[in-house]
Design a protein around this ligand. Structure first.
Ligand SMILES: NC(=O)c1ccc[n+]([C@@H]2O[C@H](COP(=O)([O-])OP(=O)(O)OC[C@H]3O[C@@H](n4cnc5c(N)ncnc54)[C@H](OP(=O)(O)O)[C@@H]3O)[C@@H](O)[C@H]2O)c1
Length: 247
């Protein structure tokens, strides 16, 4: 008897990491659905994955800033998925965010408030069912605040802490939570940035690492293990020294 396919819903299906994650799952026997605010782009991604894997890929409109519509969004899904991932994020412009409070708010809401609230809502439904996996794509930027991106980094830190608490609370209900901490990934978000080659990976590597973390029920992964060491060093620097550095 063949096992029924497991299902994954990707929030942020137009992201480079989201697309790679969806494809990795679809190629490994999962059904996938994509959600996002750009439905034309989602439809193109869905058609591409469907052509490559022979499995239809539904799409759903979703804006992470529209928190008032989250419950209706979840209720309107034809099925509650086995797993849901939020890949939604916005790097923004740190120097602009220092004086433009609307821009700072947008970064905070896009990386912390929205992803936390929607995954928290899915967690409620998963706990009531007694199964499911929540996956949140956070960032190494949340491990320690740095001058160059602390508005984004602090939002990711909040998201990482939210996921940790959610994991702790949902464990007894049979619901698992995976935190993904990418370092540098070559995507639209980092296009034009001077990325250090040895510490940078392609989205495909991120997608495969996330598939593995999902299936093995890992707690927290660094997409590239090199980043676990890099962040251990960065976190160990005393604050009195750290504040003098430009990193
Ligand atoms: N690339 C890296 O080096 C890196 C490193 C650490 C962490 N990350 C994290 O990895 C995740 C994926 O990033 P990426 O590199 O793949 O960049 P990306 O291609 O720019 O993806 C960002 C995604 O967020 C979506 N999004 C932004 N605001 C939204 C909103 N209001 N409602 C719905 N969707 C919204 C975008 O949708 P649209 O297509 O509609 O804009 C896009 O799908 C992000 O959470 C990012 O912070 C990336």
């Amino acid at each position: 008897m063949t096992r029924p396919k497991k299902s994954l819903l990707v929030l942020g299906g137009t992201s480079d990491i989201g697309r790679a994650t969806a494809l990795a799952h679809a190629e490994n026997g999962w059904t996938v659905a994509l959600a996002g605010r750009d439905e034309a782009a989602l439809a193109r991604e869905a058609a591409d994955i469907a052509t490559r894997t022979g499995t239809p890929v539904p799409v759903h409109g979703f804006d992470v800033l529209e928190t008032a519509s989250f419950a209706a969004f979840v209720d309107a899904l034809p099925n509650l998925p086995d797993a849901v991932i939020s890949v939604v994020g916005l790097l923004g412009d740190q120097s602009r965010a220092q004086s433009d409070l609307d821009h700072a708010t947008l970064i905070m809401r896009s990386n912390y408030e929205g992803p936390s609230l929607i995954l928290g809502l899915f967690a409620e439904r998963f706990c009531a069912r007694g199964s499911g996996t929540i996956i949140g794509v956070s960032s190494v930027a949340g491990d320690r605040g740095r001058a160059s991106n602390y508005v984004y980094g602090s939002a990711k830190a909040g998201f990482t802490a939210f996921l940790s608490g959610l994991r702790n609370r949902c464990f007894k209900a049979g619901v698992h939570v995976v935190t993904v901490e990418p370092g540098f990934v070559r995507t639209r978000m980092t296009a034009g940035l001077p990325l250090p080659g040895p510490l940078t990976v392609d989205p495909r590597v991120a997608g495969e690492a996330i598939l593995s973390a999902n299936e093995k029920r890992k707690n927290t992964i660094y997409v590239s293990e090199k980043w676990r060491l890099v962040m251990a060093v960065i976190k160990s620097i005393p604050e009195g020294v750290f504040k003098r550095l430009s990193i």
